[in-house]
Design a protein around this ligand. Structure first.
Ligand code: ATP
Length: 245
């Protein structure tokens, strides 16, 4: 990629519990305002890569043992998760992780915990503009459908007013119709808010259509990368990731 990256992951290795090496020299660049996708099979190390960026690795006894990560010119692989959120990166975790015994609005307010301005109420309305069906759900978040919980998790990320969102498998557990809807909203948020996104997916069809650039990870290494068009036209990608043809 030619543009100067806003996020640069440089040759990182990650080890869990001091012995289990999961990433073996991973480099990824994400340009300002773009959607970049990270694809690959189960267990390849995609979630681990996102957690290395967001600082959440440390809560799972994981460590970046080699390489470095820079966001907007600042080194972040040594920073704490909360500093990284304040610095503008917000991760939407796999499995959504909303607080089930709080309401939609309470969950959204949680996303704004690092902010001290008075525009939280206005931003809740902004989230409801993107996800109108959330506005109708006044009960506890635990009663939301899987798709609605995914929407709430993305909405909560927006409440942090991030520069960059890390999305871990937003399509997981959703019906094809909802996957389509969620991806359309992700693209709309990127377009309208200019938020840079790194999108981890197993659903390569949707992810590549949304993304400007993609990386393919297998067994802790990047095995292929390219523009959307390059990857969509690559024979291996077609065979192994796009369901043949
Ligand atoms: P998935 O789609 O299944 O989440 P992934 O590509 O995101 O796959 P990771 O979740 O990053 O893969 O996992 C990569 C490897 O690291 C797997 O072998 C997994 O068992 C291991 N792993 C993940 N988290 C931990 C942990 N907290 N402690 C030890 N090993 C872990």
């Amino acid at each position: 990629q030619t543009e100067a990256p806003v996020l640069a992951v440089n040759n990182i290795e990650v080890v869990y519990d001091e012995v289990i090496q999961v990433l073996r020299g991973v480099s990824i660049e994400v340009p300002q305002g773009k959607i970049v996708t990270l694809l690959g099979p189960n267990g390849a190390g995609k979630s681990t890569t996102l957690k290395a960026i967001s600082g959440l690795l440390k809560t799972e006894d994981g460590e970046v043992t080699r390489g470095d990560i820079h966001f907007m010119g600042q080194r972040i692989d040594t920073a704490h998760a909360e500093e990284i959120v304040r610095g503008g990166i917000f991760q939407v975790m796999e499995g959504r992780r909303i607080v089930e015994d709080m309401t939609v609005i309470e969950n959204l307010k949680l996303g704004a915990y690092t902010r001290s301005d008075n525009e939280v109420a206005a931003d809740i309305e902004m989230v409801f503009d993107y996800f109108p069906r959330l506005k109708e759900r006044t009960g506890l978040a635990g009663y939301l459908s899987g798709g609605e919980q995914q929407m709430l998790a993305i909405g909560r990320a927006l409440m942090a007013r991030p520069r960059m969102i890390l999305l871990d498998e937003p399509s997981m557990g959703l019906s094809p119709l909802l996957v389509k809807e969620v991806f359309a909203i992700i693209e709309k948020i990127n377009r309208e808010q200019g938020i840079t996104m790194l999108l981890v997916e197993q659903n390569a069809n949707y992810a590549l259509k949304a993304a400007h650039y993609g990386y393919i990870m297998e067994s802790g290494k990047i095995v292929l990368d390219g523009t959307r068009e390059q990857l969509l036209n690559n024979e291996d990608v077609k065979e192994f990731y796009l369901g043949g043809g």
